[in-house]
Design a protein around this ligand. Sequence first.
Ligand code: GTP
Ligand code: MG
Length: 202
Amino acid sequence: MKTHKLLVLGMEGVGKSELTIQICQGCISDYLTYDPRCYDSYSVQCVIDDIPCILEILDTSGQEEYIALLDKWVNECDGFLLVYSISKRKTFEVIEKLYNHVTRTKDSVQVPIIIVGNGCEKTTEREVSLEEGEDLAKQLNCEFFETSSKQRINVCRSFYSLVRKIRQVDGPVKSRRKRRTFRYLFRKVFWLMSDLVYWTDK
Ligand SMILES: Nc1nc2c(ncn2[C@@H]2O[C@H](COP(=O)(O)OP(=O)(O)OP(=O)(O)O)[C@@H](O)[C@H]2O)c(=O)[nH]1
Ligand SMILES: [Mg+2]
Protein backbone atom coordinates (compact mmCIF):
# COMPACT_ATOMS: atom_id res chain seq x y z
CA MET A 1 0.00 0.00 0.00
CA LYS A 2 1.34 3.41 -0.95
CA THR A 3 2.15 5.92 1.82
CA HIS A 4 1.68 9.64 1.14
CA LYS A 5 3.31 12.16 3.45
CA LEU A 6 1.23 15.28 3.90
CA LEU A 7 2.27 18.50 5.60
CA VAL A 8 -0.30 20.86 7.12
CA LEU A 9 1.06 24.41 7.18
CA GLY A 10 -0.27 27.80 8.23
CA MET A 11 -0.08 30.45 10.92
CA GLU A 12 -0.87 29.84 14.55
CA GLY A 13 -4.52 29.14 15.39
CA VAL A 14 -5.90 28.70 11.85
CA GLY A 15 -7.26 25.23 12.65
CA LYS A 16 -4.51 22.88 11.36
CA SER A 17 -4.83 20.49 14.32
CA GLU A 18 -8.62 20.40 14.20
CA LEU A 19 -8.61 19.68 10.44
CA THR A 20 -6.09 16.87 10.99
CA ILE A 21 -8.09 15.38 13.88
CA GLN A 22 -11.24 15.49 11.74
CA ILE A 23 -9.67 13.46 8.93
CA CYS A 24 -8.25 10.99 11.48
CA GLN A 25 -11.66 10.47 13.04
CA GLY A 26 -13.20 9.48 9.72
CA CYS A 27 -10.60 6.72 9.05
CA ILE A 28 -8.49 4.08 10.83
CA SER A 29 -5.75 6.17 12.36
CA ASP A 30 -2.76 5.93 14.66
CA TYR A 31 -0.93 8.56 16.60
CA LEU A 32 2.72 8.30 15.58
CA THR A 33 4.93 10.88 17.21
CA TYR A 34 4.42 13.92 19.26
CA ASP A 35 6.58 16.86 20.12
CA PRO A 36 4.24 19.18 22.02
CA ARG A 37 6.35 22.17 21.02
CA CYS A 38 6.32 21.85 17.28
CA TYR A 39 4.35 19.00 15.65
CA ASP A 40 2.02 16.00 15.83
CA SER A 41 2.19 13.14 13.40
CA TYR A 42 -0.60 10.73 12.48
CA SER A 43 -0.93 7.67 10.28
CA VAL A 44 -4.31 7.35 8.59
CA GLN A 45 -5.52 4.42 6.49
CA CYS A 46 -8.11 5.24 3.87
CA VAL A 47 -9.48 4.31 0.46
CA ILE A 48 -9.49 7.12 -2.10
CA ASP A 49 -11.06 6.45 -5.53
CA ASP A 50 -11.04 2.70 -4.76
CA ILE A 51 -7.29 2.75 -4.08
CA PRO A 52 -6.24 2.05 -0.48
CA CYS A 53 -3.44 4.19 0.91
CA ILE A 54 -1.79 5.37 4.10
CA LEU A 55 -1.57 9.07 4.84
CA GLU A 56 1.17 10.20 7.17
CA ILE A 57 0.02 13.63 8.26
CA LEU A 58 2.40 16.06 9.91
CA ASP A 59 0.45 18.71 11.77
CA THR A 60 2.94 21.48 12.41
CA SER A 61 2.89 24.33 14.89
CA GLY A 62 2.31 27.75 13.37
CA GLN A 63 4.54 29.47 15.90
CA GLU A 64 7.26 31.64 14.34
CA GLU A 65 10.11 30.01 16.28
CA TYR A 66 9.67 26.72 14.39
CA ILE A 67 10.14 28.30 10.97
CA ALA A 68 13.70 26.89 11.02
CA LEU A 69 12.25 23.36 10.83
CA LEU A 70 10.17 24.20 7.77
CA ASP A 71 12.75 23.11 5.17
CA LYS A 72 13.21 19.75 6.88
CA TRP A 73 9.43 19.17 6.98
CA VAL A 74 8.95 20.28 3.37
CA ASN A 75 11.73 17.99 2.16
CA GLU A 76 10.21 14.99 3.95
CA CYS A 77 6.69 15.42 2.53
CA ASP A 78 4.96 14.84 -0.84
CA GLY A 79 1.88 17.06 -0.54
CA PHE A 80 1.00 20.30 1.23
CA LEU A 81 -2.14 21.79 2.72
CA LEU A 82 -1.71 25.55 3.15
CA VAL A 83 -4.28 26.71 5.67
CA TYR A 84 -5.50 30.19 6.58
CA SER A 85 -8.45 31.33 8.64
CA ILE A 86 -11.20 33.23 6.80
CA SER A 87 -11.62 35.35 9.94
CA LYS A 88 -7.93 36.43 10.17
CA ARG A 89 -6.64 38.38 7.17
CA LYS A 90 -3.05 38.19 8.42
CA THR A 91 -3.13 34.39 8.06
CA PHE A 92 -4.26 34.75 4.41
CA GLU A 93 -1.46 37.16 3.61
CA VAL A 94 1.26 34.59 4.41
CA ILE A 95 -0.15 31.89 2.10
CA GLU A 96 1.72 33.15 -0.97
CA LYS A 97 4.97 33.26 1.04
CA LEU A 98 4.41 29.69 2.20
CA TYR A 99 3.66 28.63 -1.38
CA ASN A 100 6.90 30.25 -2.59
CA HIS A 101 8.86 28.64 0.22
CA VAL A 102 7.51 25.15 -0.55
CA THR A 103 8.02 25.37 -4.32
CA ARG A 104 11.50 26.86 -3.87
CA THR A 105 12.53 24.17 -1.38
CA LYS A 106 11.15 21.42 -3.62
CA ASP A 107 12.66 23.19 -6.64
CA SER A 108 9.48 22.63 -8.66
CA VAL A 109 6.17 24.33 -9.41
CA GLN A 110 4.57 20.92 -9.90
CA VAL A 111 4.33 20.37 -6.15
CA PRO A 112 0.92 19.04 -4.99
CA ILE A 113 -0.51 21.94 -2.96
CA ILE A 114 -4.07 22.68 -1.82
CA ILE A 115 -5.08 26.04 -0.35
CA VAL A 116 -7.63 25.91 2.46
CA GLY A 117 -9.64 28.77 3.96
CA ASN A 118 -10.78 27.34 7.28
CA GLY A 119 -13.61 28.42 9.58
CA CYS A 120 -16.09 29.09 6.77
CA GLU A 121 -19.09 28.78 9.10
CA LYS A 122 -17.98 31.99 10.87
CA THR A 123 -19.79 34.20 8.37
CA THR A 124 -20.13 37.24 10.64
CA GLU A 125 -16.37 37.27 11.41
CA ARG A 126 -15.25 36.90 7.80
CA GLU A 127 -12.21 39.03 6.82
CA VAL A 128 -11.27 37.19 3.62
CA SER A 129 -13.90 36.73 0.93
CA LEU A 130 -14.43 33.48 -0.96
CA GLU A 131 -13.43 35.28 -4.18
CA GLU A 132 -10.09 36.40 -2.72
CA GLY A 133 -9.28 32.80 -1.77
CA GLU A 134 -10.30 31.55 -5.21
CA ASP A 135 -8.30 34.27 -6.99
CA LEU A 136 -5.13 33.53 -5.04
CA ALA A 137 -5.48 29.79 -5.71
CA LYS A 138 -6.01 30.49 -9.42
CA GLN A 139 -2.96 32.73 -9.50
CA LEU A 140 -0.84 30.03 -7.83
CA ASN A 141 -2.42 27.27 -9.92
CA CYS A 142 -3.66 25.36 -6.87
CA GLU A 143 -6.96 23.80 -5.94
CA PHE A 144 -8.92 25.68 -3.25
CA PHE A 145 -11.52 24.83 -0.62
CA GLU A 146 -13.20 26.69 2.18
CA THR A 147 -13.58 24.33 5.12
CA SER A 148 -14.98 24.19 8.61
CA SER A 149 -13.43 21.70 10.95
CA LYS A 150 -16.12 22.59 13.47
CA GLN A 151 -18.95 21.69 11.08
CA ARG A 152 -17.04 19.06 9.07
CA ILE A 153 -17.36 20.98 5.81
CA ASN A 154 -14.97 19.99 2.98
CA VAL A 155 -12.38 18.47 5.34
CA CYS A 156 -12.12 15.03 3.67
CA ARG A 157 -12.52 16.67 0.27
CA SER A 158 -9.42 18.83 0.83
CA PHE A 159 -7.20 15.96 1.98
CA TYR A 160 -8.51 13.61 -0.75
CA SER A 161 -7.90 16.23 -3.45
CA LEU A 162 -4.34 16.56 -2.23
CA VAL A 163 -3.85 12.79 -2.57
CA ARG A 164 -5.30 12.94 -6.10
CA LYS A 165 -2.77 15.68 -6.95
CA ILE A 166 0.07 13.53 -5.60
CA ARG A 167 -1.16 10.62 -7.72
CA GLN A 168 -1.29 12.85 -10.81
CA VAL A 169 2.34 13.84 -10.29
CA ASP A 170 3.25 10.15 -9.75
CA GLY A 171 1.15 9.26 -12.82
CA PRO A 172 3.78 8.77 -15.55
CA VAL A 173 5.61 6.16 -13.45
CA LYS A 174 2.41 4.22 -12.99
CA SER A 175 1.46 4.34 -16.64
CA ARG A 176 4.97 3.20 -17.60
CA ARG A 177 4.47 0.25 -15.29
CA LYS A 178 1.07 -0.41 -16.89
CA ARG A 179 2.62 -0.29 -20.38
CA ARG A 180 5.32 -2.74 -19.29
CA THR A 181 2.70 -5.16 -17.90
CA PHE A 182 0.71 -4.91 -21.12
CA ARG A 183 3.82 -5.65 -23.21
CA TYR A 184 4.57 -8.68 -21.01
CA LEU A 185 1.03 -10.03 -21.37
CA PHE A 186 1.10 -9.48 -25.13
CA ARG A 187 4.36 -11.46 -25.42
CA LYS A 188 2.96 -14.26 -23.27
CA VAL A 189 -0.11 -14.55 -25.51
CA PHE A 190 2.13 -14.49 -28.61
CA TRP A 191 4.32 -17.33 -27.25
CA LEU A 192 1.25 -19.39 -26.36
CA MET A 193 -0.19 -18.89 -29.86
CA SER A 194 3.15 -19.88 -31.44
CA ASP A 195 3.23 -23.03 -29.30
CA LEU A 196 -0.31 -23.85 -30.30
CA VAL A 197 0.46 -23.42 -34.01
CA TYR A 198 3.59 -25.59 -33.61
CA TRP A 199 1.70 -28.44 -31.91
CA THR A 200 -1.30 -28.37 -34.22
CA ASP A 201 1.05 -28.42 -37.25
CA LYS A 202 2.79 -31.55 -35.92
N1 GTP B 1 -15.34 28.27 14.61
C1 GTP B 1 -14.33 27.51 14.25
N2 GTP B 1 -13.28 27.38 15.07
C2 GTP B 1 -12.25 26.59 14.65
C3 GTP B 1 -12.25 25.92 13.40
N3 GTP B 1 -11.09 25.21 13.30
C4 GTP B 1 -10.42 25.44 14.43
N4 GTP B 1 -11.10 26.25 15.26
C5 GTP B 1 -10.71 26.74 16.60
O1 GTP B 1 -9.54 27.56 16.47
C6 GTP B 1 -8.66 27.33 17.55
C7 GTP B 1 -7.29 26.91 17.01
O2 GTP B 1 -7.42 25.66 16.36
P1 GTP B 1 -6.17 24.68 16.20
O3 GTP B 1 -6.62 23.53 15.38
O4 GTP B 1 -5.57 24.39 17.51
O5 GTP B 1 -5.19 25.64 15.38
P2 GTP B 1 -3.71 25.32 14.87
O6 GTP B 1 -3.60 25.88 13.51
O7 GTP B 1 -3.42 23.87 15.04
O8 GTP B 1 -2.81 26.19 15.87
P3 GTP B 1 -1.24 25.97 16.25
O9 GTP B 1 -1.02 24.51 16.46
O10 GTP B 1 -1.06 26.78 17.49
O11 GTP B 1 -0.43 26.53 15.13
C8 GTP B 1 -9.31 26.27 18.45
O12 GTP B 1 -9.96 26.91 19.50
C9 GTP B 1 -10.29 25.60 17.52
O13 GTP B 1 -11.39 25.05 18.22
C10 GTP B 1 -13.39 26.08 12.54
O14 GTP B 1 -13.51 25.56 11.43
N5 GTP B 1 -14.39 26.90 13.02
MG1 MG C 1 -1.98 22.83 16.14
